[in-house]
Design a protein around this ligand. Structure first.
Ligand code: ADP
Ligand code: MG
Length: 714
């Protein structure tokens, strides 16, 4: 490999590498820089921290007799057979096939699609080649498709190595990334004092140094065990993993320390509250004791001079909305505004309806702000928010936009937090800092989630929150019968819906797709709607999906709630929060495509009333054994904690923490799930560092999290 030694500068520090433009590197023009940006790389320093996500083991030549289908291998042989067509006819051929033989006279076919005649010029009988690729079964034996081929003269030409493989983007070759990373390594001033972890920690944990670790990850020596490298268990990986976890812990701890100095926007003098009393008497049911307990915990927080930062965990249907409403009433009583955020428009609309219904008799004004609130309405609403006339605002992400300014925001409630990113929470909270009192006070923050979070993970993502649990469902709830049915028996399911609707019951039919594309989802739902509408002529069927107008959706949901619609075909827009107690049958199509927690959320839409409910998980014929096992978990338990644990094992923490959208949890080398066991140690180190070496702490955050200031503002 040729290493480009860049010339005008040599030996730059980490900070200098951050300030240097990518285009200063040899071989990087605007186009390549654009592609690097697309990978999230902004400066040469980012390249240093852009670690290979896997390695290829090119350390030994596998004899053909030991090749294993579907695994990658490095092989050596000579070309023993070539296709018999003449070059002129070649243009019409799509595949180029040639055969190589090893010393034991075993054969392997190399297959290329879309090749140019130039590329195959060098393929001559007898030529020695070394190939790397994945082995597969072909019509007459083992094959390698599109192997990387090098022609060799001499055994010594064979380079045995662990090859780094980086994530990349269209048009950016692995070799380009590799060269650039090597280039940056070669100008990186390794003599600089880069060791930021305390020396005693490095000694005690027997960590390799920062410098050798970073070099090793990009240029691994072949003297270590390959699986240790691949599984990121090498001591060099471990060293960087722990460092990244420490950096994250420092940032979370700092955040929670700075909270201790914050001033709450309001403070209640005693936990009793006349509006709350009035609200409770108008409710048609009593709170569960768990709801009372959590309400007490929230009220107690609000008697403090620092703002509340509380996470309420409660399974689907445990009644978190009422708890939020009670907290909002504290803000209203103190003459402050409250804001309730939902992850989807449909949920925001529904929360808006619920709160309006509850709060109207108490003469409290409730408004709705979503991306669909436009024009004059939006302008008027924004003015009301700014002037404090709007007391309770329910909204979606639109509320995060900069021009929404509150007069006196006292409380922020975030429903279904797992669907939001951590950053968004901070962003919204900062809206409470009002203009005159800048920085001096912050609103109370209440975060609600139906997804239980394992402790080590919450130490990272929610270290700044106290936690309450609603561990009791309202009385009279019955368990939901869950059954797994293959697509082939769809007709039977449709018949079952017919019977249920004849008995006055209501049903959901959920359409799912793997693609994130909302448009495709909606199309699928429309097709299903047409089909069911056709086969269930006597039943009132309607469709709701994310592409419909807000007013249309609202209208259909309210008709469904009033029983005018019997069967609702929906996309996963109804996943969170939707509450129609009379609906007691739920069909989920292609259930195997969804995560377990998502299925649990969907299933939680039924079983809300007093009748026995059922949930049918329709799965495709091709379902694997593992897939079946996963769905069986849904049949066996209705415990959100058990389901979340399983989901975590299967899908990793990004889904659970709801950080997919923001990239916040996208760590450079650590993996919260895999490296959970290191988090407590990382926290200890972080505490020590914050106390004894604040300067290094800051630099460590800078190293792993980028611009610290920017990070803290969002
Ligand atoms: P989630 O925790 O999933 O957000 P909701 O707040 O939507 O649950 O409540 C689910 C349903 O249970 C709603 O219809 C709500 O009115 C009802 N509910 C809440 N608390 C109680 C209670 N203590 N007794 C009876 N029903 C309740
Ligand atoms: Mg809810």
């Amino acid at each position: 490999m040729e290493i480009n030694l860049p010339m005008p500068f040599s030996y730059l520090t980490e900070t200098q590498l951050t300030e240097l433009s990518l285009t200063e590197l040899k071989g990087v023009g605007d186009k390549v820089a654009d592609k690097l940006n697309r990978l999230g790389l902004e400066s040469p320093k980012d390249l240093l921290f852009f670690f290979p996500f896997r390695y290829q083991n090119r350390c030994y030549l596998t004899p053909f007799s030991q090749l294993v289908v579907e695994s990658e291998a490095l092989v050596k042989g000579h070309i023993s057979a070539l296709p018999d067509y003449t070059p002129s006819r070649q243009r019409f051929k799509k595949t180029f096939l040639c055969e190589i033989q090893d010393n034991e006279n075993r054969r392997l076919r190399l297959r290329f699609f879309n090749f140019s005649s130039y590329q195959i010029q060098r393929y001559q009988i007898g030529a020695q080649v070394v190939c790397y690729g994945t082995i597969s079964f072909g019509p007459i034996g083992l094959e390698m498709h599109h192997p990387e081929v090098s022609f060799i003269e001499d055994e010594e030409d064979i380079k045995l190595e662990y090859r780094c493989i980086y994530h990349t983007t269209d048009g950016l070759a692995q070799s380009t990334i590799l060269k650039l990373v090597h280039q940056v390594l070669s100008i990186f001033n390794t003599s600089d004092d880069m060791e930021l972890l305390p020396a005693e920690t490095v000694d005690y944990l027997k960590l390799s140094s920062f410098k050798e670790s970073i070099q090793f990850l990009h240029q691994p020596q072949i003297n270590i065990n390959f699986s240790a490298l691949q599984d990121k268990q090498s001591r060099y990986h471990q060293r960087l993993i722990i460092e990244e976890l420490v950096a994250n812990q420092i940032s979370v701890l700092e955040k929670s320390f700075s909270q201790k100095n914050e001033q709450a926007s309001f403070q209640i003098s005693h936990q009793e509250n006349p509006i709350q009393q009035q609200f409770l008497t108008q409710l048609q049911f009593n709170l569960t004791s768990a709801q009372y307990r959590v309400n007490d915990e929230i009220s107690l927080d609000m008697t403090q001079s620092q703002p509340m930062h509380r996470l309420v965990q409660g399974d689907v249907g445990s009644g978190k909305t009422i708890v939020a409403a009670m907290a909002i009433l504290h803000a209203i009583e103190a003459d402050f505004q409250a804001c309730l955020m939902a992850p989807t428009e449909l949920l925001a609309e529904q929360l808006f309806q619920n709160l309006s219904l509850w709060f109207e008799p108490l003469s409290i004004s409730v408004s709705l702000l979503t991306g669909k609130t436009k024009g004059k309405n939006r302008k008027e609403l924004l003015a009301q928010i700014e002037q404090g006339e709007c007391q309770v605002l329910v909204g979606t992400h639109a509320v995060f936009q900069e021009h929404v300014a509150f007069a006196k925001l006292g409380l922020v409630v975030i429903d279904e937090q797992h669907r939001f990113g951590v950053h968004q929470r901070f962003l919204l909270r900062d809206k409470g800092v009002n203009q005159e009192q800048k920085e001096s006070c912050s609103p109370h923050v209440l975060v609600m989630t139906a997804t239980p979070i394992p402790r080590t993970l919450s130490m990272t993502a929610y270290a700044d929150l106290s936690c309450s649990i609603i561990d009791e469902l309202p009385p009279g709830r019955q368990a939901i019968d869950t059954v797994l049915i293959p697509q082939a028996r769809r007709e039977k399911v449709i018949e079952r819906i017919y019977q249920a609707c004849q008995q006055g019951k209501q049903a959901y039919w959920i359409c799912t797709l793997v693609e994130e594309s909302e448009v495709l989802q909606c199309q699928a739902a429309e097709t299903t709607f047409n089909e069911l509408h056709e086969s269930l002529k006597e039943i009132k069927v309607a469709l709701v999906h994310g592409q419909m107008k807000a007013t249309e959706k609202l209208e259909i949901m309210s008709q469904f709630k009033q029983g005018e619609i019997q069967l609702l075909i929906a996309t996963t827009v109804v996943e969170v929060g939707v509450d129609v107690p009379n609906a007691s049958l739920m069909i989920i199509e292609n259930a195997e495509r969804l995560g377990l927690s998502q299925l649990h959320q969907l299933r939680g839409r039924v079983g809300r009333g007093s009748v026995k409910s059922a949930c049918v998980l329709l799965y495709s014929e091709k379902l694997s054994e593992v897939g079946k096992k996963r769905l069986k978990i849904m049949r066996e338990t209705q415990d959100g904690f058990v389901i979340a644990e399983e989901d975590l094992k299967l899908r990793g923490p990004g889904e659970i923490l709801g950080t997919r959208q923001t990239g916040y949890q996208k760590m450079k080398i650590a993996d919260l799930m895999r490296d959970q066991h290191l988090i407590p140690e990382a926290q200890n180190i972080a505490i020590k560092m914050l106390k004894h070496s604040p300067e290094n702490s800051k630099q460590l955050m800078q190293r792993w999290l980028g611009d610290v200031k920017q990070y803290q503002n969002i």
